[in-house]
Design a protein around this ligand. Structure first.
Ligand code: UDP
Length: 241
């Protein structure tokens, strides 16, 4: 299977066409960006860690009945995926208050959100990925109200599965971002699920800095970024049940 044209290079991944029109290759990079690419750096080994972790979680989600774009990993930092039409909406699920939610609302860091909060952001770097309302989604013709309800339901199902899984790993799933695509009318989970796209807190640590196992270590210059990503992967891979 020879790789062909580079279709797109994003901040953390490169997408290639393959000989098969319905299959793409995603290569995960070590490059890291934050604050809409105003902060840039490299996290050694991140590409491989995020690829392996996403693959593991996609397999688990598939086994639980959630359709994903994942096919397999021909190399440690390379994933074969089904080609989809990406829905230009980033779906964020929050189990605890953190990040932009705290900044914009004043809610205290770590506040438990029950039921979980589901938010929609416009996937558009030039506009800084703004928060959407249902009415905005409809006016912008990004999706119908029915499709938004479907995105919300799938995101909540994924949250239930992932929260229970990370709990087994001794990790609190604070929040995470999902991207979806369509094949025909079918909605399927795409992109990645990794410490780049999730907030993950070590349940064995109470210190607000020491417990952080995700990209906030890079965003906030907390150090030990590679080690934290590796610890998440080790715990994820050691869970067989
Ligand atoms: N997130 C992401 N990509 C983005 C924006 C957010 O993966 O472009 C993830 C982020 O890592 C966190 C969750 O979505 O797990 C919620 O992020 P938030 O809105 O709090 O934004 P941030 O604090 O990252 O600016």
């Amino acid at each position: 299977m020879a790789t062909q044209d580079k279709l797109y290079e994003g901040k953390a991944k490169i997408l290639y066409a393959t000989d098969e029109p319905d299959i793409l290759l995603t290569v995960f990079k070590d490059d890291a960006t934050a604050f809409n690419a105003q902060k840039r750096g490299t996290i050694a080994g991140k590409g491989e860690i995020n690829c392996r972790m996403s693959a593991h979680l996609f397999r688990r989600l598939e086994a639980a009945g959630v359709p994903t774009h994942f096919i397999d990993c021909p190399q440690p930092h390379t994933m074969r995926v089904q080609a989809v039409r990406i829905v230009p909406i980033e779906v964020v699920v929050r189990n605890r208050a953190a990040g932009s939610l705290c900044k914009q609302t004043g809610l205290p860091l770590g506040l438990a959100l029950e039921p979980p909060l589901v938010e929609f952001y416009y996937k558009n770097d030039a506009l800084g990925d703004p928060l959407l309302t249902l009415d905005r989604v409809c006016v912008m013709q990004l999706a119908t109200a029915e499709q938004v309800a479907e995105l919300r339901q799938m995101a909540l199902t994924i949250n239930q599965i992932l929260t229970a899984f990370f709990d087994q790993c001794g990790i609190t799933l604070v929040d995470f971002k999902l991207e979806f695509g369509r094949v025909g009318d079918r909605l399927i989970l795409a992109d990645e699920i990794s410490p780049d796209t999730c907030r993950l807190w070590d349940q064995a640590e109470s210190d607000p800095d020491r417990r952080v196992m995700d990209k906030d270590r890079f965003r906030q210059d907390l150090g030990q970024v590679e080690a934290a990503y590796q610890r998440v992967l080790d715990r994820v891979l050691s869970q067989n049940t």
